[in-house]
Design a protein around this ligand. Structure first.
Ligand code: AMP
Ligand code: MG
Length: 410
């Protein structure tokens, strides 16, 4: 989307156009910090991690057994056990006709070239009988077979998982450079909103989006500046945006981004910064707004809770991941089998809430019966979204595209 004349407000955008437009404008946070490896989960590497050592650092045994010279076994099969090498101990060189009792992880003694599993030997005092054929290299983990000194073990931009932390630890590094966490300010718009725990009056509803957004941002390990809910007035919206922009890299709101008379987010942003209102051809979802307010980016999500949830997962999440410095930001799309009919094609791409289960060797998706954008229960029942493209019908047994909540909510 490099067309300089492209104006996203001209017409209905496809979901792909909207995501491309957003990602082109996502600026990674530029401050890095050094943190302890213990605190690394979910953080994003600002620098590649290189190893200065081989892992494993020495040839060692993958089994409990006996270190031998393969050739000795081929010749005779009876050896003399001359030493015992537990993990953490370096043995003596092994001479011809000798075997070393050895335990998993212990370094292979000089002279030995194979390990025989203890189950395949019998030992009588210092006499060892080997009851199997032995080849050079059997059950030996070679020095550097996992990592070689000088290798890049993780590239910059990696969002660290427990196994990444383990890999970094395995090369002896106790602290790493990561990008600062993005600071995200949020508020919900709507005169009708009441906080849980308060008495609800006529015409009012409880504010659920606030909790959805908090939870979603927690999954991304963002710093959250929660400004609560804001009444439907230009003045209140301007004030909230001014407060939000003080510290935030990103401001996110829910509701108030339609073109109704009670929707003040666009007016307030027009006054303070800039904003594009989009009608994105997706369901649930439109409208979404993107803008800039001083140093803060702005994403306005729809008010309907399911729409807010879906647009966060599909648009805001990749945008925030990019801000966090992550390279791969798009969720994985997997083929699954439809266990439903979708007879009526529509002009908008649909993200329907579905459960996934294995049956007859297939992964089958079933739809929640109520797909309205206010039915939050659908998101609780579901394991993910089935993505149904524009102008498409689906018949039971067709292959459809699956987006898993396990990924979208992590
Ligand atoms: P809006 O986009 O402000 O027109 O809101 C669309 C719908 O979503 C309306 O039915 C609102 O009452 C509802 N809604 C907006 N914000 C929230 C919220 N924070 N929690 C629950 N429902 C909301
Ligand atoms: Mg509203």
């Amino acid at each position: 989307m490099s067309d300089p004349c492209f104006n996203p407000t001209d017409r209905m955008l496809t979901a792909d156009e909207a995501i491309n437009f957003l990602l082109e404008r996502a600026r990674p946070v530029s401050d890095m910090e050094q943190i302890d490896l213990f605190a690394a989960r979910g953080r994003v590497l600002a620098e590649a991690v290189l190893s200065t050592i081989d892992v494993p650092p020495a040839d060692n045994t993958a089994m409990d057994g006996y270190a031998v010279r393969a050739n000795d076994v081929a010749n005779d099969g009876i050896l003399t056990v001359t030493q015992r090498i537990p993990a953490g101990v370096v043995g003596k060189p092994l001479n011809a006709g000798e075997a070393a009792r050895i335990f998993t992880g212990a370094p292979i003694p000089e002279g030995a070239d194979a390990v025989v599993m203890q189950e395949q030997c019998s030992q009588d005092r210092d006499k060892l009988t080997v009851n199997t054929k032995v080849c050079v290299g059997d059950h030996i983990r070679r020095r550097g077979e996992d990592i070689q000194a000088g290798a890049e073990i993780l590239p910059a931009g990696t969002r660290l998982r427990p196994q990444d932390m383990g890999l970094i630890a395995s090369v002896g590094i106790p602290a790493i450079k990561v990008w600062r966490r993005p600071r995200v300010a949020i508020f919900s718009t709507g005169d009708e909103l009441v906080a849980p725990g308060e008495q609800i009056g006529p015409g009012q509803i409880y504010n659920s989006n606030r909790f959805i957004l908090n939870g979603l941002l927690q999954t991304l390990d963002c710093e959250i500046i929660d400004l609560g809910s804001v009444p439907d007035s230009l003045e209140a919206t301007v004030q909230a945006l001014q407060a939000a922009t003080r510290d935030a890299d990103l401001i996110m709101t829910t509701g108030g981004v339609s073109v109704g008379e009670e929707d003040y987010v666009k007016a307030a942003l027009d006054q303070l910064g800039s904003v594009d209102m989009w009608r994105v051809a997706m369901k649930p979802g439109k409208p979404v707004a993107f803008g800039q307010l001083g140093e803060s980016a702005f994403i306005g999500l729809p008010g309907n809770p399911v729409s807010a949830f879906a647009t966060f997962c599909l648009f805001a999440r990749p945008f925030i991941l990019r801000m966090m410095g992550v390279q791969e930001v798009m969720p994985r799309r997997l083929p699954v089998t439809a266990d439903f009919d979708w007879p009526k094609e529509g002009p908008r791409r649909e993200f329907v809430r579905a459960q996934l289960r294995a049956e007859d060797g297939l992964m089958k998706a079933t739809l929640y019966p109520a797909q309205g954008s206010g039915v939050l229960t659908s998101t609780v029942w579901a394991d993910g979204f089935v993505e149904i493209p524009e102008h498409t019908t689906v018949k039971q047994g067709d292959s459809v595209t699956w987006l898993d909540f396990l990924e979208l909510l992590s």
